[in-house]
Design a protein around this ligand. Structure first.
Ligand code: NI
Length: 178
């Protein structure tokens, strides 16, 4: 299926090897800062029935997407802190599909994760803004992806936020929800 019509990748796939320039980092940190407001706008006014609609056939519901963003970015934030305070630590992966099937991820009010996401991103951006170029070269060892620098992680999670927000905004558009 062509990328432009693949509902799983509304903004395309992500690829970045790094290292980043100062301007790229500034741009991505800005996206980390803006992500909670974008997510809030994407779900604004949706009913419970709309939130429980899968964004594609067989995909997560909009509600699961919101909770997934909080879960995923909490892991990423902790990995950022591990990279900064330990020497290339090996990180723990998690089964995101199974996390998304746990009861709270399927049914909890989205405000819980919207609030979590807002506080998390505010702290994450504050930390990222305090770092120098050397810090962005620090890394964790991912059991499947190998060495991942903070530059790569920043690029990935800036993309990841926009990627999932686009799942919800494209669902809204296709369904004609105002
Ligand atoms: Ni994701």
């Amino acid at each position: 299926m062509a990328e432009t019509t693949d509902l799983r990748y509304p903004i395309g796939k992500h690829q970045f090897e790094g290292p980043a320039t100062f301007a790229q980092r500034e741009h991505w940190i800005g996206e980390i800062e803006e992500a909670p407001a974008r997510l809030g706008a994407a779900v604004s006014g949706l009913s419970d029935a709309q939130l429980d609609t899968p964004y594609r056939e067989g995909g997560w519901t909009a509600r699961q997407v919101v909770h997934h963003l909080a879960d995923s970015h909490m892991n990423a934030y902790i990995r950022t802190r591990l990279a900064l305070t330990e020497d290339g630590p090996t990180i723990k992966t998690y089964d995101q599909e199974r996390w998304a099937q746990l009861a709270d991820a399927r049914t909890a009010p989205i405000d819980l994760s919207l609030n979590l996401f807002r506080g998390l991103h505010a702290r994450w951006a504050l930390l990222l803004r305090s770092l120098g170029a050397d810090d962005f070269a620090r890394a964790v060892m991912h059991p499947e992806r190998g060495r991942m620098t903070l530059d790569q992680s920043l690029a990935l999670y800036a993309w990841h936020g926009r990627h999932h927000v686009a799942h919800i905004t494209s669902l809204r558009e296709r369904m004609g929800w105002k």
